[in-house]
Design a protein around this ligand. Sequence first.
Ligand SMILES: Cc1ncc(COP(=O)(O)O)c(C=O)c1O
Length: 397
Amino acid sequence: MPIISTKGKNMPESPIRKLVPYAEDAKKRGIEVFHLNIGQPDINTPQIALDAIKNNTIKVLAYSRSEGSEEYRTKIAAYYAKNNIDVTASDIIVTTGGSEALLFAMGSITDPNDEIIIPEPFYANYIGFSTASGVKIVPVISKIENNFALPPISEFEKLITPKTKAILICNPGNPTGYLYSKEEIEKLAEIVKKHNLFLIADEVYREFVYDNEQHQSILSGFGLDNHAIIIDSVSKRYSMCGARIGCLVSKNKELIQTALKFAQARLSPPTFAQIASEAALDTPQSYFDEVIVEYKGRRDLLIQELNKIEGVKVANPKGAFYCVAELPVDNADKFAQWLLEDFNLNNQTVMVAPCAGFYSTPGIGTNQVRIAYVLKKEDLIKSVEILKLAIETYNNN
Ligand SMILES: Cc1ncc(COP(=O)(O)O)c(C=O)c1O
């Protein structure tokens, strides 16, 4: 029998997707599943992006440049300028989703066994990308009791070793909804400059910030031109997850030249999707205004309803569209599977993402789930009703 690599064996399953076969089975049994497990918004993609594809008269669907089309990158730079991020087209590499930007970033700055410091819990696929790159994640632990506020920034410094290459933050955070303050970014900037590290900021949820808070991009005046790498994506911003377009942004020329070699190896990002993503940049502000009001309403409702369930602890997210809830169950993995296999309320059930996979520290988050508020309010209300009864039933079994 040919042998699978240790790296392959160590690749984690995605906690967001691993229960999909159970959800599919439930659907075959006629049960409606509310998908709170995945950040797939139900919000319409801007018509302008869809029309750009529909009205296109391309005769040959050719490769684009490896770094993405000049026109698209120029328009992305203009978008960044509006967001107080001063970059040019040459600081941008268009990627196949933010996912590929993360892989290119890790590939460009780490060697096997190097370390990246990441506040935990974090976007689960960071473990997959790190495993693929042979990188060790060193977690900085944040706790639900403190609304996932970061420990003092000095805690990051204690974890730095000669193998540390970067600090990676997600701002606003998936799964916590945590939003970094200006002071926190300033402190992180100080540390990465002092220790000559990269600061990678996954800013794919930049627009999704509530309560009149201000998003702080790492390329907005923190003096990080040599250190900052932004990971970005159209997936959530324009509800275009299926376009598979993102980008990596840095003013560090050597980093961009290196990432470009990774980009050349996979030839080009998808051509049609770049056309749609370029058109999406003309989406009027009113679209975002409406979307933000909608998400804020969903967040408020979800948190309010979850807090009514006895024994449930929930953090209050300031951005993105997820929350972490601690449930009064023995094991969230088991419970999430049971919800799909053995439970329904009037032929409806919910799918959630067990949180253990969002931590690299074993044994943490085992009774937590991530809930994505990507469904309309009436479905969120029904989902919480289902969860409430499910918790009672599960614990009485
Ligand atoms: C924090 C974060 N980063 C990156 C991604 C990757 O998104 P995509 O590859 O669709 O751009 C996601 C997707 O959910 C995410 O939540």
